[in-house]
Design a protein around this ligand. Structure first.
Ligand SMILES: [Mg+2]
Length: 403
């Protein structure tokens, strides 16, 4: 390895992205009356508490009765799991747009490795900043990101930066940063281990680091002792592992409450299809089914899908289908207003080798896809917008869909 490669490998390129008070934040997003107020999700057991409720000592997994004693004026709401799953999907779409190396940890948390993206997307700090802004703009939720050279330190960073924060520890500042922290901050140190450490006067990570592995093993047992010794020195070789192959690829766009003209909606649709189709081609996959999701002003939802005769990753074919699906919903949208538009592609398969352009578009359209992909590859997603290239005239050639 030459010097440049080594320095890249040792840079802080691991992001730990974690939504803040996730379920409670979704409730506050969807009901303006809840914003700025203490919100508790779940009546029996607290599933989530907004930061306003946490200020009164309310915590997740706490009994509902205790929560009401601590914060009698909290608004208690029933969980809406499907809304949380939708929000999670939308956030993971932003993650997947950021880097192919995304490892989901839970419904609201993931590790991302952004190594090697400097030329395309900027430094890890810029990428983390963009990620936070995009999640805020597209999904309407606050997210905290920690950035470091290892998974464990990135996770410590996000915990410290919460809520709605960003914290990066550069590789050359790790020891100073880590050693000043209380032992509880180390990943895997629960109350029991913390008590044992504190009982022998070990309060800071630096003291644990100075102790030496044999002494830690004697104190905590072999497994925990070794692990803590490594983590106190920020030795954590675990890599970010991308999840197994996805079964669908999608993107969605929150529209707010303002009324949209058909032309505006079409522009949003074009952007969404462009984004998912580009991702399909990047992943060398093709799709047969186009799914359109709509949320109305009153939070009701509608989903429409159409399965094509042949799998494709070509934007014109996918866009024509998505436009037809949206067109069929026009009367409903007109009546009820639209607040969210989403497109996803499913029935995925690998791109058949040697027949990249099966079926739909002509050579020119395929060349356009490839050109746009490479421009975005080089200059980022916002570098070019397809709306100017694919005119509304295409609406005339929509395929007719069955009801
Ligand atoms: Mg979280």
């Amino acid at each position: 390895l030459d010097a440049n490669v080594c320095s890249l490998l040792h840079d802080a390129t691991i992001l730990h992205a974690d939504l803040d008070a996730f379920f409670a934040a979704v409730e506050q997003r969807d009901d303006p009356a809840l914003r700025g107020r203490p919100v508790v999700v779940g009546a029996g057991v607290v599933l989530a508490a907004s930061y306003e409720a946490r200020a009164f000592g309310v915590r997740s997994a706490m009994g509902g009765k205790l929560a009401r004693q601590l914060c009698p004026h909290a608004v208690v709401v029933s969980p809406r799991m499907s809304a949380y799953v939708d929000a999670s999907k939308a956030v993971f779409e932003v993650f997947e747009d950021t880097t192919p190396l995304v490892e989901g940890i839970s419904i609201d948390e993931a590790f991302l490795d952004v190594r090697g993206l400097a030329r395309i997307s900027g430094t890890p700090l810029q990428i983390a900043d963009d990620l936070r802004r995009t999640v805020r703009e597209q999904v309407g939720l606050p997210i905290t990101v920690g950035v470091a050279r290892t998974k464990s330190l990135a996770k410590i960073c996000s915990a410290l930066a919460k809520p709605d924060g960003l914290l990066l520890v550069p590789a050359d500042a790790e020891a100073v940063f880590l050693h000043a922290l209380p032992v509880e901050r180390l990943w895997g140190v629960g109350p029991v281990t913390a008590r044992r450490l504190r009982a022998v006067g070990l309060e800071r990570v630096g003291q644990v680091a100075a102790l030496g592995e044999p002494a830690l093993v004697a104190l905590l047992g072999r497994g925990t002792g070794r692990k803590l010794h490594a983590l106190a020195h920020n030795r954590d070789l675990r890599r970010v592992r991308a999840r197994r192959r996805r079964r669908s690829i999608g993107a969605q766009h929150a529209l707010g409450r303002r009324q949209r003209t058909p032309a505006e909606l079409d522009a949003v649709l074009v952007g969404l299809v462009d984004r998912v189709a580009g991702r399909m081609r990047k992943a060398q996959r093709v799709a047969r089914t186009v799914v359109l999701r709509v949320r109305f002003d009153d939070f009701a939802r509608a989903t429409r899908s159409h399965t094509l005769a042949q799998a494709t990753a070509e934007t014109p074919a996918l866009l024509a289908t998505a436009r037809a699906l949206l067109g069929a919903l026009d009367p409903l949208i007109e009546r009820r207003g639209i607040t969210l538009l989403g497109v996803s592609l499913s029935n995925l398969a690998d791109t058949p080798s040697g027949q990249l352009g099966l079926g739909f578009a002509d050579e020119r359209a395929r060349a356009l896809d490839a050109t746009l992909d490479s421009i975005r590859e080089r200059y980022g997603n916002s570098a070019i917008t397809r709306a100017v290239l694919l005119g509304r005239a295409e609406r005339a050639s929509l395929p007719q869909l069955p009801d």
